[in-house]
Design a protein around this ligand. Structure first.
Ligand SMILES: [Zn+2]
Length: 242
């Protein structure tokens, strides 16, 4: 699946399940439960939007095992080198990082970071938002440098808005895990499937070879626009005061 599609499914996953999951203890600061007027749950609207962006960025993480994937190309030689190392460590594309174990591990890692190192947490939040914006395709077509500037400006701006809105990141781990999981499920819908229960090698994929072929017309011309509409619909449905 393309980075763009993964980013959209990550946002959809968060918008779909977060309000329910975030009502669990420890995942949001409990006082918000009382304050929230818009939604009947523990996330503020700003947290809800921040989570969608972060989950969307996290939905790119499993493809760090592929040096030519969108994520590996995002921060130049740094992410490219990192992806080379991860590809080697995880046993090549669509292995360890495309599993339930990775999603849970990344989630717990992010949760630990969020609770222990505020600066590390902020760096992670900024990187994931930047990644999401890039994957969704925010920028100026054909202009790499200008697009990067637009992306950086928007990312910093959004981070500042979230901060001034007192967004708490107790749910960071949850968003990262859901994003990674959305990626794994997405790739299971492609013709190659994923080793969901890695280290068991068996690949999970759709029956009768109906899996999507990555980057073909169906994904670009049909799936991507449909997913975009679903993202907007869910945002409206969750945030518009009824
Ligand atoms: Zn993948």
């Amino acid at each position: 699946m393309m980075g763009h599609t993964h980013a959209l499914t990550g946002a959809i996953a968060w918008l779909g399940v977060a309000p329910t999951l975030a009502a669990l203890p420890l995942l949001t600061e409990s006082t918000r439960f009382i304050e929230t007027g818009v939604m009947v749950n523990a996330l503020t609207p700003a947290e809800f939007v921040a989570g969608a962006l972060i989950c969307s960025g996290a939905a790119m993480l499993p493809d760090l095992d592929h040096p030519s994937a969108t994520i590996a190309q995002t921060f130049g030689p740094i992410t490219w080198g990192l992806s080379k190392a991860i590809a080697w460590l995880s046993g090549g594309h669509r292995n360890a990082t495309h599993s339930l174990l990775f999603a849970v591990g990344a989630g717990f890692g992010a949760h630990y970071l969020a609770n222990t190192y505020p600066i590390g947490r902020d760096i992670m939040v900024v990187l994931l938002i930047g990644l999401a914006l890039r994957a969704i395709g925010i920028g100026i077509p054909g202009k790499k440098f200008a697009s990067a500037m637009v992306n950086i400006g928007l990312t910093v701006g959004l981070f500042a808005v979230f901060r001034s809105d007192n967004v708490g990141y107790a749910w960071l781990g949850l968003a990262v895990a859901i994003g990674c999981l959305a990626h794994v499920i997405g790739d299971c819908c492609t013709e190659k499937g994923c080793p969901v229960l890695w280290p068991m090698r068996q690949r999970w994929l759709l029956p009768w070879k109906i899996g999507i072929k990555t980057g073909r017309a169906f994904e670009q011309k049909f799936l991507a626009p449909v997913l975009s509409v679903v993202v907007l619909g869910l945002l409206y449905f969750r945030l518009a005061p009824l």
